[in-house]
Design a protein around this ligand. Structure first.
Ligand code: C5P
Length: 222
């Protein structure tokens, strides 16, 4: 049976990881959350108190860490040098600094190598910002998910409230827009839809609808 590679890109909080996990599970594919890798590095760099704008220092931190993504019942566990950082890499501090870390060419270069290595078996669903354009330019299926900032902030806000976290809708909207701006305007591998990616606007769609659409495209390619 043929195993394809699936790239899912899009702006912050567009539901990429949610649908990627469901699809990976359905086809018994490997799910690779590349955002978690940038988050893990950001967490480590913050912990070591280095200047996140210093490309050399950040790249040095990356060279000392092993980032592992392991499947678990409720998605995925992220390990950095064997420490479980699954929860902490979702903190506001990491979220609001990760785009600075992700700007550095040296960091992106190393991440790209690691991500390609993880995907080399095929049978992967990889989500991020530059998967279709840079990491897996030959992926058999490329999806670009969009939704309005309003809708993305609303979903994140509801998710936070469900978890019992303090959450400010207007603040979330600003943070999401700011992260998209930094990710779209950086020099190396900015957030961009690949020419051959299929765009899905999820603003008015349920998770189920989005999964169904993507699975229809997968079936055409198997
Ligand atoms: O997907 P997630 O929101 O966890 O990604 C966190 C951040 O990691 C993004 O805002 C972006 O700065 C960076 N990132 C990236 N390239 C990827 C995945 C994530 O630059 N392929």
């Amino acid at each position: 049976e043929q195993k394809i590679s699936i790239a899912i890109d899009g702006p912050a909080a567009a539901g990429k990881s949610t649908v990627a996990k469901i699809i990976a599970e359905h086809y018994s594919y490997i799910y690779i959350d590349t955002g978690a890798m940038y988050r893990a590095l950001t967490y480590k760099a913050l912990q070591e108190n280095i200047d996140l704008k210093d490309e050399e220092k950040v790249a040095d931190v990356l060279s000392t860490i092993i980032i592992e993504l392991q499947p678990s019942e409720d998605g995925q566990i992220v390990l950095v040098n064997e420490d479980n950082v699954t929860e902490i890499i979702r903190s506001n501090e990491v979220t609001n600094n990760v785009s600075i870390v992700a700007m550095h060419p040296k960091v992106r270069d190393e991440m790209l190598k690691r991500q390609r290595l993880l995907a080399k078996t095929g049978g992967v669903v990889m989500d991020g910002r530059d998967i279709g354009t840079h990491v897996l330019p030959n992926a058999e299926l490329k999806i670009f998910l969009r939704a309005t900032v309003e809708e993305r902030a609303k979903r994140r806000h509801e998710e936070n409230q469900k978890k019992g976290y303090i959450s400010d809708f207007e603040q979330l909207k600003l943070e999401i827009a700011n992260r998209d701006k930094l990710d779209s305007e950086r020099e190396v591998a900015p957030l961009r839809k690949a020419e051959d990616a299929i765009e899905i606007d999820t603003t008015a769609l349920s998770i189920h609808d989005v999964v169904k659409k993507i699975e229809d495209y997968i079936e055409e390619r198997l």
